[in-house]
Design a protein around this ligand. Structure first.
Ligand SMILES: [Zn+2]
Length: 475
């Protein structure tokens, strides 16, 4: 989020001043997030949550017609690619992530002023950098949707004190004493480091959660589960929360069990992405409902035909919120199936999905046993086509990197510096490769830990050896 020079400045400040800066920044965000339109959108989405399936579909079709019209008339990418096409929605070509990455600007609607845009960046599960523009007018819609369709479903709200485990480095990776968090007083939000959790530090984390009165927790499931698991292992007494809402990586059953046991509340899984084309939220009955206000879901086979209920296929989604950068039939890169049983006693009639996958828990293991995940370092470098971290032994990894346009060596160094900032002492060797190896399922993985995948070792060893001449040390 924060640019390098801002981060440089941030590290130089004492913790109390850093917290003051966070509160100031929150004030700035608040004007954007909860500004004009927020209340009206909250009402509209609240009503949508109670609608029947046909009413929801009708609401979506109206929004869809509007977005498609903007795309067809004002967006260069669609004007070119839809020329002479059958205008039936299901016949429109799917949009590849690579097309978006190569030319984001061609997806921007003509006549939109760049000052009216908000930039979202992602690393993507494949490590491919992506820049998405949201119109600033979309922010109140987005946050109204998050409040109604995510937080309120879990029985919590934005104005309740909360703790957050995200991808930002709020505390430097080399720090070995508490506090491993910063408190944003304005939102009563305890922003905790995702990179310092271990059995040695867990008691400090739990003490801080108590001290700041956090009532719910949100963030990466793998991180919150690691905290809960460590707390259980060292014998801390449970800490009751109203809810834990996780997103961003695959929530495995064991992770959920640890979270629910230690925090004595339900753990809700949720799904979304910074392209904001589709969203899903687990209901109190444990089913994952699609969120109709965000976008239209399709689950498709490789040939583009729709999957039948229970059949896993790729998620193709059309965002209904972003009219400055419309994404229509966008291949998100994740997989899911429609639930065979679509009735849910919770009262929400939005379609239910199951078997959501693609968001793997990619993390590096440090010699002292910490799991460092969400290595979002590739975001900074649009010149890196894709990348993968391959851990061959504790404390050492290869960064396989496929150069993109305008790539320069210092782009790789920036990635290494970012990883070191999270981890502390760690040795990383950069290897430039023509192609990142994929898993048997054909998917890219951000992190591969060879100790857990001995079958992959020969492939990687061959690859790294064949490129040994270009291997350079970059720790
Ligand atoms: Zn439900």
């Amino acid at each position: 989020m924060i640019h390098d020079w801002k981060m440089e400045l941030y590290w130089r400040l004492p913790a109390a001043v850093q917290e003051f800066a966070l509160s100031l920044y929150a004030g700035h965000l608040e004007r954007l997030y909860y500004g004009p339109g927020y209340q009206a959108w909250t009402e509209q989405f609240r009503i949508l949550q109670t609608r029947t399936a046909p009413e929801i579909a009708e609401w979506q079709q109206q929004r869809l017609r509007r977005i498609v019209k903007i795309a067809a008339t004002r967006v260069p990418y669609y004007r070119e690619n839809w020329q002479g096409m059958d205008s039936t929605f299901s016949a429109l070509p799917r949009v590849e992530k690579q097309s978006l990455r190569r030319s984001e600007k061609k997806f921007l609607a003509e006549g939109v002023c760049s000052k009216a845009l908000w930039t979202e960046k992602t690393s993507g599960t494949s490590g491919t950098a992506l820049r998405i523009y949201w119109p600033k007018s979309m922010l109140p819609q987005w946050w109204a949707l998050v409040e109604v369709a995510i937080r309120n479903v879990a029985g919590v709200a934005q104005d309740m004190p909360r703790a957050m485990f995200g991808g930002r480095t709020v505390v430097h990776g080399s720090q070995t004493t508490p506090p491993y968090w910063r408190f944003n007083r304005r939102w009563r939000q305890l922003y905790m480091s995702s990179y310092h959790i271990s059995k040695a530090t867990v008691a400090d984390y739990v003490k801080a959660l108590r001290h700041y009165g956090s009532e719910w927790i949100t963030g990466y499931g793998s991180v919150i589960a690691a905290l809960a698991q460590s707390a259980i292992e060292v014998g801390l007494s449970p800490l009751k929360m109203r809810a834990v809402i996780v997103s961003g990586d695959t929530l495995l059953p064991g992770m959920r069990r640890s979270i629910e046991k230690f925090f004595e509340c339900k753990c809700y899984d949720s799904y979304g992405q910074c392209e904001a084309v589709c969203m899903a939220m687990e209901c109190p009955q444990g089913r994952l409902h699609t969120v109709p206000g965000a976008g239209i879901w399709e689950i498709l086979r490789e040939d583009g035909s729709p999957c039948r209920p229970g059949e896993v296929g790729e998620i193709v989604a059309t965002g209904l919120l972003n009219d400055a950068l419309p994404l229509i039939r966008y291949r998100v890169g994740d997989y899911a199936a429609w639930a065979e049983q679509q009735d849910c006693p919770c009262g929400n009639h939005s379609p239910i999905v199951t078997d959501l996958e693609g968001r793997m828990d990619d993390y590096l293991l440090t010699p002292d046993g910490r799991k460092i995940g969400r290595l979002a370092a590739f975001k900074r470098s649009p010149s890196i086509h894709s990348a993968q971290v391959v851990q061959d032994r504790p404390g050492h990894a290869f960064l396989l990197l496929r150069p993109g346009q305008n790539y320069r060596r210092r782009d790789a160094d920036a990635v290494c510096a970012d990883i070191s900032e999270r981890i502390g002492e760690y040795e990383i060797e950069v290897v430039e490769v023509p192609e990142i190896p994929k898993t048997a399922a054909g998917k890219n993985r951000l992190v591969v830990r060879l100790a857990e995948h001995p079958e992959l070792r020969p492939t990687y060893e061959r690859l790294i050896k064949s490129l040994a001449s270009v291997v350079e040390r970059a720790a």
